[in-house]
Design a protein around this ligand. Structure first.
Ligand SMILES: NC(=O)c1ccc[n+]([C@@H]2O[C@H](COP(=O)([O-])OP(=O)(O)OC[C@H]3O[C@@H](n4cnc5c(N)ncnc54)[C@H](O)[C@@H]3O)[C@@H](O)[C@H]2O)c1
Length: 336
């Protein structure tokens, strides 16, 4: 489905982080809807390198790009020489910047700031030189435990990840004021779920993780009071919609991308049980994160609607129903 009538024939689109969850969905969106666009994916992919929390350093996976016919470059956005070669050899019209340390539990502050903030500046410089519109991933994590609904201006990040995304937003504002030849839009995604997130391992959404617990015949284990732990869960297709609308915004800025509605983890499991036809008993365990945990996230999406023309299409029930066939396929082909 096309969300706007843009002519992308012979346009070159760079997607950083294009072997990850959101980036690869964007790559396929362009391949399917704008086959004459030239799509270049830049991603570090994965190696066996892990960080101190035990998770992989980067989650890109070739299987997210199976069927992709564009160009794929394996490389690090922290590599200035690579960025300079790319800048000389291509002429980008749009940059979708999804590459990041996306794991909110990473403790290495040096690597986080370098990758998420400093490399973003280098990419902004390329955007300015190329005259490329920049659409980049910010995050609902910039809000920390700020009261709901969270709106731009009430940020209180609780971890270095959220801080790094907020610093990206400040940089973007500075560039917006200084350079008028390009548009720059930051999208604060809330809790995204959907196809191609599986290879984020433990950092994938709880939708796929609970789905697989249920399919393996296990009782779902939730934190106590999960009916009161609320998140704005947003289906990947609405994230793609927001990205496409952000290619030609009425104004530059930072915009929340959620549904505008908070739903509980309990409702997630209930909907999954209904879709999968299971009726396992939920087990409740104490929440070890009390004190440093978001209990209610809900995006204020008024400006996203007004300025980008965004209108979320997937209620939680619809998003999960659309996703369940893929959750089953992954269970059969990747886990069994
Ligand atoms: N998924 C969510 O719920 C969510 C919510 C808010 C914000 N975001 C942001 O959206 C963007 C995409 O997230 P995602 O969920 O697709 O995560 P992801 O981890 O699947 O994608 C990020 C990609 O960036 C790549 N990458 C990491 N370091 C790199 C480097 N130094 N050089 C080049 N590539 C590198 C990884 O290999 C990975 O493929 C990220 O910026 C993330 O912070 C995601």
């Amino acid at each position: 489905m096309r969300y706007s009538e843009i002519n992308l024939n012979h346009k070159t689109i760079l997607i950083t982080g294009g072997a990850g969850f959101i980036g690869s969905n964007l790559a396929f969106y362009f391949q399917e809807n704008y086959p004459d666009a030239h799509v270049v994916v830049l991603d570090l992919f994965r190696s066996n390198l892990t960080l101190s929390n035990g998770n992989l350093k980067s989650f890109g996976h070739f299987k997210n790009l199976l069927g992709f016919r564009g160009e794929v470059i394996s490389g690090d956005i922290n590599d200035k020489e690579l960025l300079s070669t790319l800048s000389q050899n291509y002429k980008f019209d749009y940059i979708f910047h999804e590459a990041a340390i996306s794991d909110t539990t990473v403790l290495e502050q040096d690597l986080m700031i370098q990758t998420n903030v400093n490399a973003f500046k280098d990419l902004l410089d390329i955007a300015v030189v190329h005259g490329a519109n920049m659409i980049y991933a910010s995050s609902g994590a910039t809000y920390g435990d700020a009261p709901s609904p969270q709106c731009v201006g009430c940020e209180a990040p609780q971890n270095v990840y959220g801080f790094s995304k907020l610093m990206m937003d400040h940089l973007a504002r500075q560039y917006s004021q200084k350079f008028e030849n390009i548009s720059i839009v930051g999208l604060r995604y809330f809790n995204v779920y959907g196809p191609r997130e599986f290879f984020k391992n433990k950092t994938a959404s709880m939708v796929v993780q609970f789905g697989h617990q249920l399919l393996s015949g296990k009782n779902p284990k939730l934190f106590e009071n999960s009916d009161k732990i609320l998140r704005d869960f947003i289906y990947i297709e609405d994230i793609i919609q927001a990205n496409i609308l952000a290619m030609h915004p009425k104004e530059n800025g930072v915009f929340n991308v959620g549904t505008g509605k908070a739903r509980s983890f309990q409702s997630m499991v209930d909907i999954l049980q209904k879709e999968l036809g299971t009726s396992f008993t939920c087990e409740y365990i104490p929440n070890p994160y009390v004190g440093r945990y978001q209990f209610h996230t809900e995006a204020d999406i008024e400006s996203t609607k007004a300025i980008l023309g965004y209108a979320p299409r997937f209620e939680f029930e619809e998003g999960i129903a659309a996703y369940v066939p893929e959750i089953k396929r992954l269970f059969e082909q990747e886990l069994s």
